[in-house]
Design a binder for this molecule. Structure first.
Ligand code: ZN
Length: 120
């Protein structure tokens, strides 16, 4: 079973209660394809912008490839969760997102950076 945990400044680790879903082949391909399509659509729209299309079309095509590859690397879908900052005890809310193996969050109160890893 996969769970999320983070390390406190004193070295102890705590787990986070969040809804997790492991992404399999079809989910990964679907996410990569949707990301690719979004940037290809932007490239198609930018064809009609005079002069700027010489830069925008190759840029959006490159971004489509980059973000599709990046989306394909995601292995875990993490649901929305709330946890307490280990540095200042401020409540931090994380939205639903897809991650590769670690989630990096910043505390809005003290700017402390928290690495949340998937274990298991
Ligand atoms: Zn904090």
């Amino acid at each position: 079973m996969i769970r999320l945990e983070y390390k406190n400044p004193d070295g102890t680790s705590e787990s986070i209660d969040a809804e997790l879903r492991e992404l399999k082949g079809q989910d990964k391909v679907k996410g990569a394809f949707l990301s690719f399509l979004a940037f290809i659509a932007l490239a198609c729209v930018s064809v009609f912008i005079p002069v700027a299309h010489f830069i925008l079309v190759p840029l959006f095509f490159g971004l489509a490839l980059y973000f599709a590859y990046s989306a394909f690397q995601h292995t875990l879908e993490v649901g929305e969760f709330v946890f307490t900052c280990p540095s200042c005890n401020h409540k931090i809310t994380s939205k639903k997102q897809r991650v590769k193996e670690a989630l990096k969050l910043h505390c809005p109160n003290c700017r402390h950076q928290v690495y949340i890893r998937a274990v298991g």
